[in-house]
Design a protein around this ligand. Structure first.
Ligand SMILES: Cc1cc2nc3c(=O)[nH]c(=O)nc-3n(C[C@H](O)[C@H](O)[C@H](O)COP(=O)(O)OP(=O)(O)OC[C@H]3O[C@@H](n4cnc5c(N)ncnc54)[C@H](O)[C@@H]3O)c2cc1C
Length: 500
């Protein structure tokens, strides 16, 4: 791997020199667009292959200021329309361009509860940045103002300064709300409902709260201390946390209202049920769902072989099936767990991959080998039941399917064998079924997602609300947060209404 890899210091210096030339100048649109888009400093590919530390290191102060100066402050602000929670992007970017960083984060926080998280994991290139005029004029979404990186910078600055004030909580109302799950949807509901003075209990099935932010997205993309801090903020606000509590087993959903006296419930249980290919050989030793693979490594810290007791499968040649963020995370985790070769196998082409562009780039830099327009039709094993390879087919692209992406069409007779000892299936997740199976009267759609009223997030049962992946199917952090915010507003309205 011989990518030129500028150090953070070099990027900082370059930005400082350029910034000095702009000091005190009234910048025209042309001047702003002449400022080069700022690269994200990152660990070098060679170094990061061997550690779990965060890959992207965050802008320096000079880079952040310079990047913010690229914004044209468009009157119609198309970027806001691209943001699912409608952050006032031009306003926060302007504040940063003028050195008012504290004001910038205050503006972001009006709409987003988790800016350190969203600045890192949102798919900005298909949201706010896709709409950015700078990117449009320069004919490349890569050249759009890096709104996500600026959000991250402002949020990190606030966190690292220790100057974070706890959100005010209104006097106790005596009302109680149960929030099930502790991913981004539930964290948002817990905060928004608690702020109104209602008692909130968060029930989480795992031993650690945070949902996918803890068990799915790896440390090298989202440091766990950031998520931990959000949970501690909730606890400091008075939110009670009950871990190892599986609603549907430990306690039925309806019992929380009928027997335990909760006035309302929010279900934010996510989409944690892995899909499989249903092909021959999928039960061989060495085949994992991405969920299991990542949960072992993240939540159970299997990579920390000296200290964690979690066993980890020693792989030499790994195939990861899929093209989304989950596939990218699995492949990059396999690299860090010591696999000699990691192959990413996807039925379509890179253009159809749903993964964040940055993660695709990082995976390639780290040596993940991409195989497009291929898919296994059979997993092969030996007499001991261990994976030895995959029989694959080659594909071509046909007409667009329901998702709008061109449908992969297999090429008859194109079979070939790929030798691997591990197969990680990352082709999608479905909603967790336990609650729907144990709650009579709870309406679900044909995919098993809970059906809610779009305006309020209310389910088919009174006082029970839902949001995030359990409603949307596997989606994104920001959408889960947005859904949570809507449901929290409905719960607060419900609890503010005196009982007739
Ligand atoms: C590996 C991976 C990478 C991803 N990368 C990105 C990314 O880069 N950008 C992005 O925007 N999105 C990404 N996503 C998607 C994103 O993480 C999810 O859309 C988001 O976390 C959904 O939030 P949620 O609150 O609905 O549920 P979750 O985060 O799934 O949390 C649900 C929680 O509910 C708990 N739970 C489930 N059932 C019960 C029960 N019966 N009782 C109690 N608790 C229960 C679960 O243990 C879990 O902690 C990724 C997902 C994965 C898996």
């Amino acid at each position: 791997m011989s990518h030129p890899h500028p150090t953070r210091e070099a990027l900082q210096q370059e930005a400082a020199v350029r910034l000095a030339t702009l000091q005190g100048k009234a910048l025209s649109s042309r001047d702003r667009m002449a400022i080069p888009s700022q690269d994200m400093p990152s660990q070098s590919p060679d170094a990061r292959r061997a550690n779990m530390g965060e890959v992207a290191l965050g802008y320096t102060a000079e880079q952040a200021r310079l990047e913010a100066l690229r914004c044209l402050q468009c009157k119609n602000a198309p970027c806001i329309d691209g943001c699912p929670v409608r952050i006032d992007i031009p306003a926060f970017v302007k504040a940063m361009a003028e050195g008012r960083d504290a004001e910038a984060i205050a503006i972001i926080r009006r709409n987003s509860l988790l800016p350190s998280v969203c600045g890192r994991v949102c798919p900005q290139e298909v949201q706010c940045q896709e709409r950015c005029t700078v990117g449009k004029v320069l004919k490349s979404v890569d050249k759009a103002v890096s709104i996500g990186r600026l959000e991250r910078y402002a949020a990190d600055l606030e966190r690292e300064s220790g100057d974070f004030r706890l959100p005010p909580v209104k006097p106790e109302t005596g009302k109680r709300v149960a929030v099930i799950g502790s991913g981004p949807a539930s964290i948002t509901v817990a905060a928004d409902v608690r702020r109104e003075g209602h008692a909130v209990t968060l029930f989480e099935a795992f031993h650690k709260p945070g949902g996918v932010l803890i068990y799915g997205i790896p440390e090298f993309r989202l440091p766990k201390t950031i998520v931990q801090q959000e949970i501690e903020t909730l606890q400091a606000m008075g939110v009670e946390l009950k871990t190892n509590f599986l609603v549907g087993r430990t306690r039925k959903l309806q019992d929380l209202i009928d027997k335990d006296g909760f006035d309302a419930v929010f279900v934010g249980t996510g989409a944690g049920l892995p899909k499989f290919m249903n092909i021959e050989g999928e039960n061989l030793v060495g085949v994992f769902s991405a969920n299991e693979y990542l949960t072992r490594a993240n939540l159970m810290r299997a990579y920390d072989t000296g200290r964690a007791d979690t066993p980890i499968f020693k792989s030499r040649k790994v195939a990861v099936l899929g093209g989304g963020n989950v596939a990218m995370d699995s492949a990059r985790m396999a690299v860090r767990l010591g696999a000699q070769e990691v192959h990413l196998v996807y039925r379509r082409t890179e253009a159809e991959m749903p993964a964040r562009v940055e993660e695709v780039g990082h995976a390639k830099e780290e040596g993940v080998l991409f195989h497009m327009l291929q898919n296994p039709c059979r997993i092969l094993g030996n007499d001991f039941g261990l994976v030895t390879g995959m029989e694959c087919l080659r594909y071509t692209l046909g007409e667009p399917d329901d998702s709008g992406r061109r449908r992969p069409v297999e090429i008859p007779g194109s079979e070939f064998v790929m030798e691997v000892d591990t197969v990680i299936v990352a082709i999608g997740n479905e909603s967790n079924p336990l609650i729907r199976q144990t709650t009579p009267g709870l309406a679900v759609n044909r995919r098993g997602n809970l059906v809610v009223a779009p305006e309020t997030g209310k389910t088919s049962i009174d006082r029970i609300y839902a949001g995030g992946d359990i409603v949307l199917g596997a989606a994104t952090v920001i959408l889960a947060m947005g859904e949570g915010r809507k449901a929290a507003a409905s719960i607060n309205a419900l609890l503010a209404t005196p009982v007739a």
